[in-house]
Design a protein around this ligand. Sequence first.
Ligand code: NAD
Length: 249
Amino acid sequence: MLLQGRICAVTGAASERGLGRATARLFAEHGAKVAILDLDENAAKAAAAAIGPEHRGYACNVTDKAACLAAAERILADFGRIDVLVNNAGITQPIKTLDITPENYEAVTDVSLRGTLYMSQAAIPAMQKAGGGAIVCMSSVSAQRGGGVFGGPHYSAAKAGVLGLARAMARELGPSGIRVNSITPGLIQTDITQGKLSPEMKAEILKGIPLNRLGDAIDVARICLFLASDLSSYVTGATIDVNGGMLIH
Ligand code: NAD
């Protein structure tokens, strides 16, 4: 029980096969009470109920600062604290540099980068008041190797921005007892690719993965658990790769 009694907010955790949902489930198994934040209130509530009766779901579009502040208020009203925040919400688009429209750029950078800032801003005051907390930010191997396997350059840019934001927050918030770390997953089997990843593409990608399999959501959830819990009590500003060896650096 690594998170007994902790209040943990996870953004983008409604998606059934997603990294956020797997993380929320694992946190609950470790004794946490989980707040699931996602675009649709009913979907967030259903996801929370699927994990157990003591968890809650809230509508929160992380690109909207007022919505982030309102969600944090609701979590505080229901649970009284926010000990852990996982900035997981993200979208991707498989398009090339010259095809990125202003709308594409805004959509992708808004969710991952602006959303990570806004939701952190919403949770940090409660963590400061409580004397500490842990923030985990979901980046991507795409930020490190110049394109992952699916997202376009604007996705790489957004996820590289997440790493910079997380490291700067780690430096600034360390004295408040708040640890901020990032995860850089490789290709994990979720619905983010919306069925656009063909078996041929997968086979090609596997050739470059030493562990010889695509990742499962639980592989990432376990690293979220490590970074959220006291197992990582002296770790801040770190980036942990969960990529099967796809990028070794
Ligand atoms: P997913 O599509 O299964 O889940 C993403 C969730 O985010 C969905 O529930 C969606 O409703 C929610 N969401 C989208 N926009 C939102 C917004 N504005 N506000 C709140 N919620 C919003 O995706 P996933 O594969 O579980 O990805 C989770 C995170 O991991 C993302 O940040 C993604 O970029 C990152 N990531 C995924 C992979 C992978 O291979 N799956 C690899 C590297 C990084």
